[in-house]
Design a binder for this molecule. Structure first.
Ligand code: ADP
Ligand code: MG
Length: 680
């Protein structure tokens, strides 16, 4: 105690330390008070009853004073201090600070005033538990424009000056009460803290720590800070030169109130110069908010994980459904293209199953000749068919026989296992030749026998086998049909007796769009024939209708998966609301140190967006993993992940973060600072 008294004596002589430079209004006289309350009253309404916490308070405090406000519990001390700190507006009366009325200032202006002028020290320190000492001290600095390196150096210097240089990286839970309170004093000084407002700063401390804290406050006063302490402890009050008693909301006595002397003490130690700065702008505000949110999230991984679990599942579901849709479409495209992506079939009749198909209006050889002359037709073949019994030495079977032109093999891109296709000459002279596929070869001939040159019976007609076509593997399964081709002239005259063509197949020249060729053929053929008594079909048009059908399915399944994303979003909102409620006092602390509502909003929105982006990324990875596993199992569910689906996942998680994070963030930003602080 003796040594503390010494400190007290060392700090006392600096009372009334006023320096003209401290006053922003240059025309103020030296004796003008820093703080002036004129007839200030404050009432609280609770439902029907109202409490008058302060009544007609008149008070002047000069720069550099050290004032203790004492009184019993409930007498209105804290209310007075909160009014002084611009945390609570007076219900009536005038508050004049630096010669300027603060009564009508906006929320932002009040926040700026708190940030630049006041430093709060609370009874229970109100340090943010997830930040270490240095970060706690630095936190008010985040709302000021300024180089972060300088601010960090300032935070370290402040902590060192309070004897905490070896505790920079300790978390509040690892510090004693006295140390925590000293950290909170350093935090109060971060942005200058011209006026230190301390509400029961020693209330939660043992005597020794309390004395240390008071010594620190006295020292600050000695350096020129105005210090206002609220206490109900007379020992603590005796550190101040001026004692204001308050009783039932009124000032009952005010002792030690001396007029200002102009002998100002030194203002601000070398490092204690206020870090004045304008409020942080929008962009840096976002950057800082994202950093704050990030540091919270990395320290609460379990909380973050649980909050975002629904989003992870939702994004995983949506992106795998998208990938499945894309994979399936690719697979279908592949299979349909294998059927002949660049061929067009032209049929007689108006549509499939047209009863006039077989009439004399059917497609004819002149149509074939006409189409053959078109520049974008690579090759063309008439097609006609019949079912016939085919007999060889070994077997007797029923199969479809196609009568086609000599260019058919080229049109279809057939590959030969043996022999070559028949020629135009064979077509002209109705040659009795047959081309069979591998399936039929297996059925008609023993494996060791060469079928080329062998004679078989097609219906009643003998024909010589001249070639074997390779079966193209199709993922629709090995074609179970047995296929045989012969010149259409032979088939029509010798087997079916049919005189018309069933269809014409055209191969479109390379580099020409199939769709374009198809529409051209339709137009020209209609002109030539005089009416639209035919229709076309191509792998391309099948592809188009199949893809539009799969698109509908895709949209449907994506919508279903989106429901899980929606549920995830609602879960996120719920957790964020809970998180805001749990961290209400953090919001109060940040507001007390000058965070604007916008800053708080940005902080919580960044948090929900970051959560969603991480959750979305993780969900996408999960979907990728599922795709790998399914791919490895060679299942029929090919997942295809594209850049596009990643962008969709990213965008939708950001949007969900913004949408579902908005209400919690707004709730946080709308909190009343004093009420928020009282919920600690
Ligand atoms: P002290 O700090 O001296 O203990 P306060 O200033 O906290 O006293 O409170 C003064 C009076 O105002 C008390 O009767 C208290 O119940 C009332 N009061 C303080 N804050 C509120 C509030 N937010 N709502 C309603 N009444 C309040
Ligand atoms: Mg109180």
């Amino acid at each position: 105690m003796e040594c503390l008294r010494k400190i007290k004596f060392r700090t006392r002589p600096t009372k009334d330390a006023v320096k003209p430079g401290n006053l922003p209004e240059e025309n103020l006289s030296l004796s003008a008070p820093l703080i002036q309350l004129i007839n200030v009253s404050r009432s609280y309404f609770n439902g029907h009853s109202s409490t008058e916490a302060l009544r007609d308070v008149n008070l002047n405090i000069r720069a550099g004073e050290m004032v203790a406000i004492v009184g019993t519990s409930g007498s209105g001390k804290s209310t007075l201090l909160n009014i002084l700190g611009c945390l609570v507006p007076p219900s009536q009366g005038q508050y004049i600070l630096h010669g300027r009325s603060v009564t009508r200032l906006t929320n932002n202006e009040l926040a700026d005033l708190r940030r630049g002028t006041f430093g709060f020290v609370f009874q229970r320190y109100h340090l943010l538990g997830h930040l270490n000492a240095e970060e706690n001290v630095l936190s008010p600095g985040l709302y000021v424009e300024g180089e972060k390196k300088t601010l960090r150096a300032r935070a370290q210097m402040l902590l060192s000056s309070l004897g905490l240089s070896d505790r920079l990286h300790f978390f509040p839970g690892q510090l004693s009460g006295g140390q925590q309170q000293r950290v909170s004093i350093a935090r109060a000084l971060m942005n200058g803290g011209d006026i230190i407002l301390a509400d029961e700063p020693t209330g939660a401390l043992d005597t020794k720590s309390g004395e240390e804290v008071m010594a620190a406050l006295c020292e600050l006063n000695a350096k020129g800070h105005t210090v206002i302490i609220v206490t109900h402890n007379n020992d603590i009050a005796s550190y101040a030169q001026r004692l204001i008693h308050i009783q039932d909301g009124c000032i009952s006595s005010d002792t030690g109130n001396h007029p200002a002397s102009s002998t100002a003490g030194p203002r601000g130690g070398p490092g204690l110069k206020p870090a004045q700065g304008s409020s942080i702008n929008m962009l840096s505000g976002w950057v800082e908010a994202i950093k704050i949110a990030f540091s919270w999230l990395v320290r609460k991984p379990l909380h973050a994980g649980l909050t975002v679990l629904g989003i992870v599942i939702g994004i995983a579901a949506v992106s795998s459904v998208i990938a499945l849709g894309e994979g399936a479409r690719d697979r279908i495209v592949q299979e349909i293209s294998a059927l002949g992506a660049d061929t067009i079939d032209i049929y007689s009749g108006k549509d499939w199953g047209d009863i006039y198909k077989g009439s004399n209006k059917a497609l004819s050889e002149s149509d074939v000749d006409y189409l053959r002359s078109l520049p974008y037709v690579d090759s063309i073949s008439p097609v006609t068919s019949a079912t016939a019994t085919i007999t060889s030495k070994n077997a007797n079977l029923s199969a479809q026989v196609l009568g086609v032109g000599e260019a058919f093999a080229r049109v279809r891109g057939e590959v030969f296992a043996q022999g070559t296709f028949f020629s135009s000459d064979d077509v002209k002279r109705q040659a009795q030749v047959a081309v069979i596929d591998e399936n039929m070869r297996k059925r008609l001939f023993p494996s060791w026998e060469d079928p080329i040159g062998k004679v078989i019976l097609v219906g009643p007609m003998p024909a010589i086998v001249i070639a074997v076509i390779k079966n193209t593997p199709s993922s629709f399964g090995e074609a179970p049909v047995l296929q045989m081709y012969m010149p259409y002239t032979t088939l029509m005259s010798r087997i079916s007796g049919q005189s018309f063509l069933e269809s014409i197949v055209v191969r479109v020249a390379d580099g020409i769009s199939n769709e374009l060729a198809e529409s051209n053929i339709n137009r020209l053929l209609e002109l030539k024939r005089g009416s639209k008594d035919f229709f076309t079909s191509s792998a391309d048009s099948i592809l188009r209708s199949v893809t539009s059908a799969t698109r509908v399915l895709n949209v449907l399944s994506i919508s279903v998966a989106s429901i899980s994303l929606l549920v995830g979003g609602i879960g996120l909102m719920n957790m964020m609301l809970y998180s805001v409620a749990e961290r209400t006092y953090e919001v109060g602390v940040r507001m007390a140190f000058g965070a604007r509502r916008r800053n708080i909003m940005q902080q919580f929105l960044s948090e929900s967006c970051l959560l969603c982006i991480f959750g979305g990324g993780f969900g996408f990875l999960l979907a990728l993993l599922a795709g790998e596993i399914l791919g490895g199992l060679q299942t029929d569910f090919p997942l295809k992940f594209s850049y596009w689906s990643f962008m969709v996942a990213f965008a939708s998680s950001t949007v969900i973060g913004l949408v579902f994070g908005y209400i919690p963030a707004r709730n946080a930003a709308r909190l009343d600072p004093v009420e928020a602080l009282s919920r600690a």
